[in-house]
Design a protein around this ligand. Sequence first.
Ligand code: F42
Length: 148
Amino acid sequence: MSEYVPSTATWVADQVELYEGSGGTKGFTLKDTGLPVIIVTHRGRKTGAIRKTPLMKVVDGNNYVLVASMGGAPKHPLWYHNLKTDPNVEIRDETEVYSMRVREVTDPPENQRLWAIAVAAYPPYEEYQKRTDRVIPVFIAETAESKG
Ligand code: F42
């Protein structure tokens, strides 16, 4: 069984430590913004390691919207490639953990609808998209059984 390998970004690894270590009762907001954060547990596509990535909590009904913004950096975050390789993830939302499947949403109407929801939840996403020619990818995470 592969083990969890923390992010090389210390502040991220620290948030995961606090969030997971407290069973979701601490560390579930973005620093002092008070905005809610979820943790996506996924598999490294090269190492097979367990990776845990905090993301802003953006909900669409029972689904979560995952935005690969990385602050508007020119390249996708590495977790983007992991999710494209293995869409089976766990999402921790405070004390609850859900098994979910993710899929990237690229078709314009759906992508625009989800993007609007994401920006409403976390306005800096709009800024990030202005910073880069990279089109910031959007995933939807659905409960595994809903794939019916
Ligand atoms: N990032 C976002 O993109 N969107 C958000 O909404 C967001 C919110 C957020 C809230 C709180 C918080 O603490 C962090 C938040 N972040 C958000 C940052 C996010 O958690 C990630 O740190 C960031 O998106 C960068 O993701 P990354 O996957 O590029 O992470 C790097 C730093 C990393 O961990 N690199 C590892 C390393 O060792 O260098 C490798 C990671 C990895 O997955 N390796 C793969 C493997 O096989 O293990 C290989 C990947 C490959 O293809 O090379």
